[in-house]
Design a protein around this ligand. Structure first.
Ligand SMILES: C[S@@+](CC[C@H](N)C(=O)[O-])C[C@H]1O[C@@H](n2cnc3c(N)ncnc32)[C@H](O)[C@@H]1O
Length: 336
């Protein structure tokens, strides 16, 4: 049966206003109320209900890359709106998947066999999981996917139940990645992550979901304190500032305008909502890592330097770094 979806026009229809439409059995957002977005982000992973009133970013992205796979009609409407705003969206998501695969292969080549994907989205479409499971490596690498969306986690755990072979190589857990210290402790206790061995942690298109009150740098910073030295951390972030000066001024104006409309359209979803950072802010985010060459680049180009002077939105910065050796006086294994 084919479903006809009426297109939505920018600035028409619903945007997130802090209220769940449903008076009973909704997501609980109405209980948390408006103006408390930071609390909402921290508590989102613990909300008792799945909200069906608003689209969700993980399903919207699936609708863009996997043509509606497990997306609800409203998710597909927003996916279409995003692609109208940024025709490059689908290619950008494919580039992001290719970036993830390259990072995982690079870590495997360095002998790393445990992987954690923060803010993973759906398990069955996870590029990270596909790369780990498909890796041609004798040591059988493992991956833990972490997301705070209860539906993403429920689907993922269901998929693993259906595939006993995959279960010993992958796990899916629900958690708020902005409480990353607590999450690492949980993963270690569950024996899903050995903090005495090197790991590769991916925060791909995640930190731009931090509410303004949350310092996104706290995530790589805590990873640097807790992960074994030599571990890899990959970070990407939306920006409206190109790394190289655009070939003409119109490209820069278009990049800024399209990125702003792209972020505005995301506000039709339940929070969190993305915000772009500047190149300088991104450099600060990854300052606790020893960056691999070429330092800060884009998901499209890594491990090569950025070379385009015609940036298109969504334009995403990327860097992959190693956890540096800890100074003898700075052993903070127990730190949060
Ligand atoms: C852009 S999507 C998925 C990106 C995924 N890393 C990839 O490369 O395909 C971002 C995901 O982060 C999740 N997310 C956002 N904030 C989170 C948080 N505080 N804790 C855990 N997951 C979060 C969302 O639920 C969503 O599934």
């Amino acid at each position: 049966m084919s479903v006809t979806i009426s297109p939505i026009h920018e600035e028409q229809g619903h945007y997130w206003n802090g209220q769940c439409f449903r008076s009973h059995g909704g997501c609980g957002a109405a209980v948390i109320g408006q103006g408390l977005r930071i609390r909402q982000q921290q508590q989102w992973g613990e909300l008792p209900f799945i909200c069906s009133c608003y689209p969700h970013i993980s399903r919207v992205e699936n609708a863009i890359v996997a043509e509606g796979d497990r997306a609800w009609p409203l998710d597909r409407v927003i996916a279409e709106e995003l692609q109208r705003i940024a025709p490059y969206a689908k290619t950008a998501l494919r580039m992001r998947r290719a970036f993830t695969s390259r990072v995982i292969q690079c870590a495997i080549d360095e002998g790393i066999t445990q992987f954690v994907e923060l803010g993973s989205g759906h398990l069955h479409t996870s590029a990270a999981r596909a790369a780990v499971i498909g890796a041609d490596a004798g040591q059988e690498p493992t991956i833990v996917l972490v997301d705070h969306d209860p539906l993403v986690v429920a689907y993922g755990q269901g998929d693993l139940e259906d595939d006993p072979n995959a279960r010993h190589r992958s796990a899916m857990v629900r958690g708020n990645v902005f409480a990353v210290g607590k999450m690492l402790t949980y993963l270690a206790k569950q024996r899903l992550l050995d903090l005495d061995q090197r790991a590769c942690v991916l925060g791909v298109d995640l930190l731009h979901f931090a509410e303004p009150e949350i310092d996104g740098r706290s995530v790589p910073q805590r990873l640097a304190r807790r992960l074994h030295p030599g571990s890899f951390v990959a970070i990407t972030h939306l920006t409206d500032e190109p790394l190289l000066a655009p070939a003409n001024a119109d490209d820069l104006v278009a990049l800024r305008a399209v990125t702003a409309r792209w972020c505005r359209a995301h506000q039709r979803c339940v929070p969190p909502h993305p915000r772009p950072c500047s190149v300088e802010e991104f450099a600060r985010l990854v300052a606790d890592l020893d960056l691999l060459d070429p330092g800060i680049t884009t998901t499209r180009c890594w491990p090569e330097p950025e070379e385009t002077r015609h940036p298109r939105a969504p334009y995403t910065l990327a860097a992959v770094g190693r956890i540096p050796e800890r100074r003898p006086d700075a052993s903070r294994r127990g730190a949060p």
